[in-house]
Design a protein around this ligand. Structure first.
Ligand SMILES: NC(=O)c1ccc[n+]([C@@H]2O[C@H](COP(=O)([O-])OP(=O)(O)OC[C@H]3O[C@@H](n4cnc5c(N)ncnc54)[C@H](OP(=O)(O)O)[C@@H]3O)[C@@H](O)[C@H]2O)c1
Length: 269
């Protein structure tokens, strides 16, 4: 048996939030390559459609004949009414979701406590925590009814270790870690799998958004160090999903080789 046996992904249906960019987009393309069906969710429909086209091309190039159905859904995971309507928006032939990848998330700013705006606090919690929980609730009900399913949550090194200027983002990712762990314990008597992927530095739109569009400030984050790229994390996610059904990869803590923690990295390269 090959070490990276993706045949288990063929014909599976995977829903990915935050699929219009970065890790979510790379994950979509890799699942498509493995023959999965996709439901891609994000707020920006145009980039989402482009990712769907890339995923369709990857599926076509795979030569597989099963799977490869792709749907896009414009949705803000922070909007409870929109989340409540998510199941109704999924096309009938993709209604049986096998894998949920809760990837949508962001950091806004590097402000210290006392200077953080309510808008930033609310936005980060609404997406990274409440959105992830609301979507998980929908699918846990479905997975329990079917006795199967896999939930993969995007945590972060920031969910293991807090750092100055990241109090709110770190608090949201610590919340993701606690929620994921509690859920894994609650579901111990089921076949449902729960994975948390905790990347370190990944070069995506993440830092540009954190620095409110300041590209040069974002570029400084990766100066002198080779960060992960979205595809590195996508490989971890897809690998976890492709394990045999009795194997649950509980946590994947993935760092660039010159990063040792949220606050310790070597920039001599
Ligand atoms: N990059 C890193 O260094 C790093 C490290 C550890 C963990 N992570 C985590 O990995 C995940 C993906 O980040 P990334 O690096 O790929 O960032 P990214 O390139 O900025 O992508 C973020 C994705 O989330 C979507 N999104 C954001 N808010 C949303 C909302 N309210 N509703 C629906 N979709 C939403 C965005 O799409 P729209 O704008 O179109 O909605 C986009 O597709 C996040 O949870 C992040 O916290 C990133």
């Amino acid at each position: 048996m090959s070490l990276f046996n993706t045949s288990r992904l063929v014909g599976k249906t995977v829903l990915i939030t935050g699929a219009s960019a970065g890790i979510g987009a790379a994950t979509a393309v890799l699942f498509a390559k493995g023959g999965s069906n996709l439901i891609l969710v994000a707020r920006r429909i145009h980039p989402l459609k482009i990712v769907a086209e890339e995923a369709a091309a990857a599926y076509k190039a795979s030569g597989l004949t099963e799977g490869g159905k792709i749907a896009t859904i414009q949705l803000d995971v922070a909007d409870k009414a929109q989340v409540a309507s998510l199941l109704d928006k999924i096309p009938q032939d993709l209604r049986n979701v096998d894998v949920l990848v809760n990837n949508a998330g962001f950091a806004h700013g590097v402000d210290k406590v006392g200077s953080i705006t309510d808008a930033d606090i609310d936005a980060m919690f609404a997406t990274n925590v409440v959105g992830l929980i609301s979507i998980t609730q929908l699918f846990v009900r479905e997975f329990k009814a079917r006795g199967a399913g896999h939930i993969i949550n995007l945590g972060s090194v920031a969910g293991r270790e807090a750092y100055p200027g990241g109090s709110i983002y770190c608090a949201t990712k610590h919340a993701v870690r606690a929620f994921t762990e509690a859920l894994r314990k609650e579901l111990v008597d089921t076949k449902i799998r729960i994975t948390e992927v905790q990347p370190g530095m990944v070069e995506t739109e993440f830092s540009v958004i954190r620095f409110r569009g300041d590209k040069s400030a974002a570029d400084k984050v990766y100066e002198g160090i080779q960060p992960l790229v979205a595809e590195d994390v996508a490989e971890e996610i897809v690998w976890a999903a492709a394990r045999p059904p009795h194997v649950n990869i509980a946590e994947l803590f993935v760092l660039p080789v010159n990063q040792a923690s949220a606050t310790l990295e070597y920039r001599g390269n």
